[in-house]
Ligand binder design. Structure first.
Ligand code: ADP
Length: 718
């Protein structure tokens, strides 16, 4: 019951103390509301104590004055509660001033009421926030001093309005003195405590700022924008610039330490501070005290403090980052150079390898067409297979390095899908029947289209997939399917797939088979051979064409490799040379061809075929000879190797073109490089025939060129 009462009293007290507080306002503001309430209640308490004293002595005018003060202070309380804090404070201070004046007058100075001016002056510091309302404090203190002075002038020593005997005076004086002393002591304690707390707070704040400032990664300088002098810096600045301490640079002209460019930026930023533009960021060079230069990222922020304008300059040393960047750049250049050298080396090497390989393949073909001892057949076949395999290897490595170097340029020319299918299937007729497999072809009629793309590279991908399917299938079938996904008038989306019933690929090997030089397992290499490059090349080629080569497989059941590509559909028809006609390889009697070739074996191989077709051959072993023989024999066509001693192919062509701009000249070469066709055309060749050549292609080119040449001459004559 008793505790309940106490609880109620305490919460009532808190209620009064917290009245007028607003949770939306800051802690500081609410604190000053609370202080005003304490001030008001202190005043009321002193008034009520005085009323009791006055009752004791029968001083009714004093009671009246005290009660008036209580009423006015209560009004202040309610004003404060209503949020009219400023008004309440003003009225409170005025009330106490009037009260002290009135009571001193009514009781006379002898009663000692004026002694309350001491605690009242201290209470002003308590009520008015000295940091925010400095002027108000000065004003109210002055007014209070003034009324105190007035009290001493106007108030009588002994009251003229009430009768107070000497004993009463002495009792009143003692009680007023003791009460005012107690209140003074209370407020003095409070003021000292507040000062201590404020100082601690200030110190804490400074310590916090110093910690932030001194532990920052960048060097920070504060520069007075008007005098252009450094007014302070952090520890890092001392460290980075190699100085002995902060004092060394305080007052130093900014130009002396940070250079003229910095001074200009500060001048601009100092002006911008008033237009509130964004801070300046950028890179600058600086020099340390020991003359060592360094590179930095700089940020200049203008700000004002106590009506002075400053700039905060943050300097982050990025020399190491710059060096690393430079090293990376150098390494990149080096790597690019290495790739170029590698690419050139591979190209040169492949050329070097292709020339003798071409000779080996050609010679083997000739021998296989001619008479040989039956016991030699197997050896020749091994020779043919091995040399062709080696040629494939050289081509694969060349292709792969080209793709890796990003130099694989796809051709864009119209081709017919039906013809394309024929081309991808026909080379596999023999190996399929050898292994007793079934080669199925599913082609939709709708795919009989003419599209634009790189036929040769698409053939390369499909050949690789079909060759793999045959290689890894012992029994069953290989199915090649070409299916339209979407065909529109201008665009066709076609799905290509090769399915087999072979050994299949384990799930965990699916990803690595598309990587270069990767085979599903080591056994595969032993059993089936191969380089592990085919799928890597195919995948990249398909990607370059805009598709994605994927595989599905089950060990023991077989695999399916598939991809989808989009092509532009063309209505332009090419004049296709019928495959049947090609196989006839008719006699080209009466045709005169100049053959320039420095390699005797290559010369022999080419001659062997030309002779078969009854062509008259003029042989030249270098460019110089070719030019000379051309003028002497006037051939219908020239087949010219590119690299020859004395005078190379291109120089010889340039010579001949001076007088004969229309004579057909074919480059006959084992070299391959980017844009070879364009390059040869620009050098005056009409086309080129890559070595090792396909006899039917050589035949076709000769036939076409001669026909064109004759047509041209006929037109010229008529
Ligand atoms: P290569 O055939 O020259 O070894 P590829 O890149 O063409 O190189 O193929 C990589 C590997 O993928 C092969 O060694 C083989 O293990 C696996 N592989 C490719 N195609 C098939 C297939 N149709 N069936 C089973 N395994 C295959």
């Amino acid at each position: 019951m008793q505790t309940n009462m106490i609880d109620k009293l305490v919460s009532f007290g808190y209620g009064i103390l917290n009245s007028g507080m607003d949770p939306a306002k800051s802690h500081e503001e609410n604190k000053s509301v609370q202080r005003l309430i304490i001030f008001i209640f202190f005043g009321i308490l002193v008034n009520l104590i005085s009323v009791l004293m006055n009752l004791l002595h029968g001083l009714y005018i004093s009671i009246l004055i005290n009660l008036t003060s209580v009423i006015l202070l209560s009004v202040c309380y309610f004003l404060n509660k209503d949020g009219k804090r400023e008004f309440a404070r003003g009225l409170g201070i005025l009330t106490i001033n009037l009260y002290l004046f009135a009571i001193s007058y009514a009781e006379g100075l002898r009663a000692g009421e004026h002694l309350y001016y001491f605690p009242f002056l201290l209470a002003l510091i308590f009520v008015i926030d000295i940091r925010k309302n400095y002027k108000e404090l000065i004003l109210t203190s002055t007014v209070t001093f003034f009324t105190a002075a007035l009290v001493f002038i106007v108030a009588p020593y002994v009251s003229s309005v009430q009768t107070i005997n000497p004993e009463q005076y002495s009792a009143l004086f003692s009680s007023n003195l003791s009460l005012s002393l107690v209140i003074t002591a209370g407020f003095t304690y409070y003021v000292l405590k507040t000062l201590e707390i404020n100082e601690e707070k200030l110190l804490d704040e400074t310590r916090f700022k110093d910690t932030v400032y001194d532990t920052s990664l960048d060097s920070v300088f504060i520069v007075d924008s008007r005098s252009m002098e450094i007014t302070g810096c952090n520890k890092k600045a001392v460290e980075v610039f190699g100085l002995s301490d902060k004092e060394e640079i305080t007052g130093m002209p900014v130009k002396q330490l940070l250079g003229g460019e910095m001074e200009e930026h500060i001048a601009v930023q100092g002006r911008q501070q008033f237009t509130k533009q964004s801070p300046w960021y950028g890179n600058m060079d600086f020099v340390r005290k020991d003359e060592a230069p360094f590179f930095a990222y700089v940020n200049i922020v203008p700000f004002s403090h106590r009506e002075y304008s400053f700039c905060k300059i943050s300097i982050l040393d990025i020399t190491e980052i710059k060096i690393a960047e430079f090293e990376i750049l150098k390494a990149k250049e080096k790597a690019e150079k290495a790739v170029q050298i590698k690419s050139r080396f591979l190209s040169n090497m492949s050329h070097e390898l292709r020339t003798p390989l071409n000779a080996i393949i050609g010679t083997t073909n000739i021998v296989l067409q001619e008479d040989y001892l039956p016991s030699q057949r197997k050896s020749f076949e091994i020779l043919k297979y091995s040399s062709e395999h080696m040629m494939q290897l050289v081509n694969d490595i060349l292709d792969f390095s080209k793709i890796e170097a990003g130099k694989m340029v796809l051709n864009r020319a119209p081709f017919n899908i039906k013809d394309f299918l024929q081309k991808i299937i026909s080379p596999f007729a023999a190996p399929v029947s050898e292994k007793n497999l079934e080669l199925r072809m599913h082609a939709d009629d709708q795919t009989n289209l003419e599209i634009i793309g790189d036929e040769m590279r698409l053939i390369q991908v499909m050949n690789n997939l079909i060759a793999n399917a045959i290689k890894f299938t012992e029994k069953g079938s290989v199915t090649v399917e070409v299916k339209p996904v979407a065909i529109r008038s201008e665009e066709a989306e076609i799905r290509f797939s090769v399915q087999d019933t072979g050994i299949g690929i384990a799930e965990n090997k699916m990803r690595q088979i598309f990587e270069s030089f990767m085979q599903a397992d080591i056994e595969t290499t032993r059993k089936f051979g191969g380089t592990g490059l085919g799928l890597a090349i195919s995948k990249r080629l398909v990607e370059q064409m805009g598709g994605n080569l994927k595989a599905q497989s089950e060990v023991g059941s077989g695999s399916t490799f598939y991809f989808t590509l989009k092509f532009k559909v063309t209505t332009r028809r090419r004049s296709y040379v019928s495959e049947e006609n090609l196989k006839g390889l008719s006699s080209l009697d009466g045709v005169k061809v100049l053959l320039a070739e420095d390699n005797p074996i290559n010369m022999m191989v080419a001659k062997r075929f030309l002779e078969k077709w009854n062509i008259e051959i003029i042989e030249a072993e270098n460019g110089l000879k070719a030019v000379e023989l051309f003028y002497r024999h006037q051939p219908d066509l020239l087949l010219i190797d590119l690299e020859m001693p004395e005078m190379d192919g291109a120089q010889a062509v340039a010579e001949i073109r001076k007088t004969h701009p229309f004579i057909p000249i074919m480059a006959f070469t084992a070299a391959t490089y980017d844009n070879i066709k364009e390059d040869l055309l620009s050098k005056g060749f009409n086309g080129y025939l890559p070595k090792p050549f396909k006899p039917e292609e050589l035949h076709k080119k000769i036939e076409e060129s001669v026909a064109q040449q004759r047509l041209h001459e006929h037109r010229k004559a008529s």
